[in-house]
Design a protein around this ligand. Structure first.
Ligand SMILES: Nc1ncnc2c1ncn2[C@@H]1O[C@H](COP(=O)(O)OP(=O)(O)OP(=O)(O)O)[C@@H](O)[C@H]1O
Ligand SMILES: [Mg+2]
Length: 410
């Protein structure tokens, strides 16, 4: 019979961080033993009087599992013969392609360089199953970075010519997200905003975006959600200011300029889902020094992706995250537009039309409506920028502290 509890060391590359006990049935952390290195405890998990908060570490651990809302996850779990996505995490030793944490069985001598997915190949069994394919393998290998991939869209990691790429699908009857990722990449190219480059591929008529892993064996992505957990947010401080304060204390360079650009691109593409795990910062995983904001990724839930044609309009109210509940308010947080050359976006609507032409799900009418709405958003932004030029910068200081902070990041 399998043991009810298993003993592990939480590792950060080859640095032992803390002793952990995992409950085999649930995959959750049932106890935390000695802490070996508190500097390497995951960012945002507080250590008080030499103890790690187990609930907080469990939430972090839970965040490494595929969310239960992931499309097709029930069927995939059945095929893999595991009952929860959490159990998949320890099948790949908790390793991922976005950071450098993992768990090592307590008496094992395994080193990070023996197992990490940046330098070792992995089976595509899990990826294929997540993509709804039957696997031919008699024995399914569960050693895959797909076990620790976040987000609700269907996705899998692949290796091509030695590089790691993430392939991600679209949702619903319109399957628009992959096209939006490509559009966002093209806009950010033109505006010189550091971003992850997404390219379109199709498989069996369905569109997917593909992007390269921007994390390397020496770096890691830490999401804004965990950066915000490094200090308690006072009630009278807005979420925007709190993020800036946390980044300043951690000495993450270039965050204000980055936020100016992220808020602006999200305004243009009417992004609905820039939650606190859809942006963040990169740090060196050996020295723990912060490199800077992560290049902009995951911009697909935008451009009225889930709306019928009749509800698409540049002025329609759409949800907005993370700092304000509508884009007209959020764009006021931009401190400086000097970097923004909107003339660089001339003809981007026609470029979008060409990108959309490959879709079996988006007809000519929707293409026209989307391209028109995109042009309008750019015009609206232009008005905002021009109006700003006639005002004093001090008029722009934001002080709304009503934005939600209870959101758990997922
Ligand atoms: N190019 C990349 N390099 C490294 N890590 C990445 C990359 N792209 C995505 N990730 C990681 O994978 C996670 C999931 O990817 P992504 O946010 O694109 O998926 P999603 O399904 O669109 O998410 P959501 O649920 O926010 O819509 C990201 O939060 C990030 O941690
Ligand atoms: Mg995401």
């Amino acid at each position: 019979m399998a043991k009810a509890h298993q003993q592990y060391i939480l590792m950060h590359k080859n640095v032992p961080v803390a002793e952990l006990e995992l409950d085999s049935a649930s995959g959750y952390i049932s106890a935390i033993g000695s802490i070996y290195n508190d500097r390497h405890v995951p960012v945002g998990i507080l250590v008080k009087n030499g103890r790690i908060d187990r609930a907080a570490l469990n939430r972090w651990w839970e965040g490494r599992a595929i969310p239960t809302s992931r499309e097709g996850i029930r069927r995939a779990l059945e095929m893999m013969k595991v009952s929860t996505t959490q159990q998949l995490v320890d099948k790949c030793m908790g390793l991922s392609l976005s950071d450098q944490y993992w768990i090592c069985p307590k008496k094992s001598k395994v080193k990070w360089e023996d197992v990490n997915f940046f330098e070792h190949s992995f089976s595509d069994d899990v990826g294929n199953i997540l993509f709804g394919k039957d696997t031919k393998a008699k024995e399914i290998s569960l050693m895959s970075p797909d076990n620790t991939s976040d987000g609700w869209l269907k996705k899998k990691w692949v290796i091509h010519k030695g590089k790691r790429y993430l392939i991600k699908g679209g949702s619903g009857a319109i399957q628009q997200e992959p096209y939006n990722e490509v559009l966002a990449s093209r806009i950010m190219d033109r505006l010189s905003i550091p971003h992850v480059v997404y390219v379109l591929i199709t498989q069996e008529g369905y569109p997917y975006s593909i992007c390269e892993d921007f994390v390397t064996p020496q770096t890691e992505l830490i999401s804004a959600w965990y950066i915000m957990q490094t200090h308690k947010k006072p009630n009278n401080v807005s979420l925007y200011k709190h993020y800036l304060n946390c980044c300043e204390r951690l000495e993450i360079p270039g965050v204000k300029d980055f936020l100016d650009r992220m808020i602006t691109i999200d305004y243009i593409i009417a992004n609905e889902d820039r939650h606190q795990n859809n942006f963040g910062a990169v740090r060196n995983s050996d020295t723990l020094q912060w490199v800077g904001p992560a290049p902009i990724y995951d911009s697909g839930s935008s451009m009225w992706f889930s709306k019928p044609n009749t509800l698409i309009s540049a002025r329609a109210k759409i949800p907005c995250k993370p700092f304000k509940i509508n884009h007209d308010e959020q764009i006021k947080l931009v401190t400086n537009f000097d970097w923004l050359d909107l003339s660089a976006l001339k003809g981007i609507d026609e470029e979008f039309r060409e990108i959309l032409k490959g879709s079996l799900f988006i007809d000519e009418k929707r293409r026209d409506i989307l391209c028109f709405a995109l042009r309008k958003r750019i015009e609206m932004l232009e008005k905002i920028v021009n109006l700003r030029l006639t005002k004093l910068p001090e008029d722009n200081i934001e002080e709304d502290v009503t934005r939600n902070t209870a959101y758990n990041g997922h």
